[in-house]
Design a protein around this ligand. Structure first.
Ligand SMILES: Cc1ncc(COP(=O)(O)O)c(C=O)c1O
Length: 448
């Protein structure tokens, strides 16, 4: 770093020359961070913050994991870059590791540098293999920022690209949300109408290539499907010759207490995409994994896809190290055990705070959803408020928590709590205590 720059110059120069993502630029005042270790990061004034959401739900092993750092250093010295047309030891080693941990049948890999690009690859592959066009996605979803992946994104980050600035051919199904069902049903009497509706869509459309789902929806609220959902969706896809794409960019890598969320229902998708935790977010890497059956299509057909940085050696080495670390630290068991502890601490908050609508979670992946009216389940803020840059109640609560040294991801009217999986009980207590205190702000704003 330029040592003559003061902290306020760093902030001002960052703000002046670079974009703050997914927001109006006015009012963006980024904090200057200088260090991060374990479950904490530090600002330029030396203040430490508990990372209660592992940044963007991605620093699964905690900051400064030494094995990951070492792998990057070693690979940089050995072979920092060669093009994707060559065989490399690290590419072979990572492939062997992936076959061991991915859902059964996923055995051919395309490496990208983000979750967005992994989904772009998935859509292109699905379209090339099936010869069909349409992709069914769901409203409460995020699949990435490029023209294809934003077209498949259900949440309002898509709106700025409507209608012309996105790829055609994506249609939306209702999300699975048993707290606030978009079809106004109640589980289990509903007969899982939301998944049955996808079959209705396929029957009434033509040309459907694939259905894409986040098996546990991430940013849009940690929505966990009932146990019947994924097996039935698998069946619907099979019966209709439609591919099933599982977007595990956020839900993968032990976050839910399994290697991948699909493992909870023993369902294998045709294509699985992931990124984030695959390298502990230390370098940008995404993965589009397909079955051997899909891969075999390209034996005699042109695989019309690629990037200069596909299978970039420097991105693959920390993935090998991360997977080994996840095994060594037994992170699936840890996510289950510590996630249960977190749930025990979060659930009682609902009794104390009239602004909490629901607390839900799986493994170390939790959401606290706020409402201004518990009975009507009315959120404090809407998508429109977010896009308009209105002050959101969740942002006010999150700001108060930052003041108290705890960072949390806030979105629309809920929080996503997903700390590094190495988090201790004491650190979880610190995070929950800060949330408990800050929720007084939301409690004041409920409808009376
Ligand atoms: C489920 C899901 N899919 C795709 C993406 C896009 O990944 P990236 O930001 O690495 O492009 C994200 C990012 O948050 C995500 O949560």
């Amino acid at each position: 770093m330029n040592e003559t720059m003061s902290s306020s110059q760093v902030k001002e120069t960052t703000r002046k020359y670079t974009y703050g993502t997914w927001r109006r630029q006015k009012g963006w005042n980024p904090l200057h961070l200088v260090d991060a270790e374990g479950c904490y990061f530090t600002d330029a004034d030396g203040k430490k913050y508990l990372d209660f959401s592992a940044q963007l739900m991605c620093v699964t092993l905690g900051h400064k994991n030494q094995a990951v750092i070492h792998a990057i250093e070693e690979q940089a010295r050995k072979l920092a870059y060669v093009g994707p047309g060559w065989a490399t030891e690290v590419r072979a080693e990572l492939s062997e590791q992936l076959v061991q941990v991915l859902p059964r049948g996923l055995e051919k890999f395309f490496f990208t540098t983000s979750g967005t690009e992994a989904n772009e690859a998935a859509f292109k592959i699905a379209r090339m293999v099936t010869g069909k066009t349409k992709i069914i996605s769901r409203y409460r979803s995020y699949h990435g920022s490029t023209m294809g992946s934003i077209a498949a994104t259900g949440d309002p980050r898509r709106w700025a690209m409507e209608p012309a600035g996105k790829i055609p051919g994506v249609i939306f199904a209702p999300e699975v949300n048993c707290y606030k069902c978009p079809l106004l049903h109640t589980y289990p009497q509903c007969g899982i109408a939301c998944v049955e509706y996808i079959e209705h869509m396929i029957a009434n459309e033509s040309d459907v290539a694939a259905v894409i789902v986040e098996p546990v929806v991430g940013t849009n609220g940690v929505l966990i499907p009932p146990k019947e959902y994924m097996p039935r969706l698998r069946q619907i896809c099979d019966q209709n010759d439609v591919l099933l794409i599982a977007d595990e960019v956020m839900s993968g890598w032990c976050r839910t207490g399994k290697w991948f969320a699909m493992d909870h229902w023993a369902v294998s998708p045709d294509i699985l995409t992931t990124a984030k935790g695959i390298t502990n977010a230390a370098v940008p890497l995404g993965l589009c994994a397909t079955t051997g059956k899909i891969a075999s299509y390209f034996d005699d057909h042109f695989f019309s896809h690629g990037h200069t940085y596909e299978a970039h050696p420097l991105t693959l080495a920390p993935a090998v190290a991360s997977i080994k670390e996840m095994k060594r630290l037994n992170l699936n068991a840890r996510a289950v055990e510590m996630g249960a502890y977190l749930g025990k601490k979060l659930n009682p908050l609902k009794e104390r705070h009239p602004s909490i609508g629901e607390v839900r979670g799986i493994g170390m992946f939790w959401a606290v959803e706020l409402v201004k009216n518990q009975k009507a389940k009315t959120p404090f803020n809407t998508f429109k408020d977010k896009i308009a840059g209105a002050p959101l109640v969740v942002d006010k609560v999150a700001a108060k928590m930052m003041g108290n040294g705890v960072y949390i991801q806030a979105w629309m009217s809920h929080f996503v709590i997903a700390p590094p999986l190495i988090v201790t009980e004491k650190e979880l207590d610190q995070g929950v205590a800060a949330l408990d205190e800050a929720l007084a702000i939301a409690d004041q704003d409920i409808e009376r």
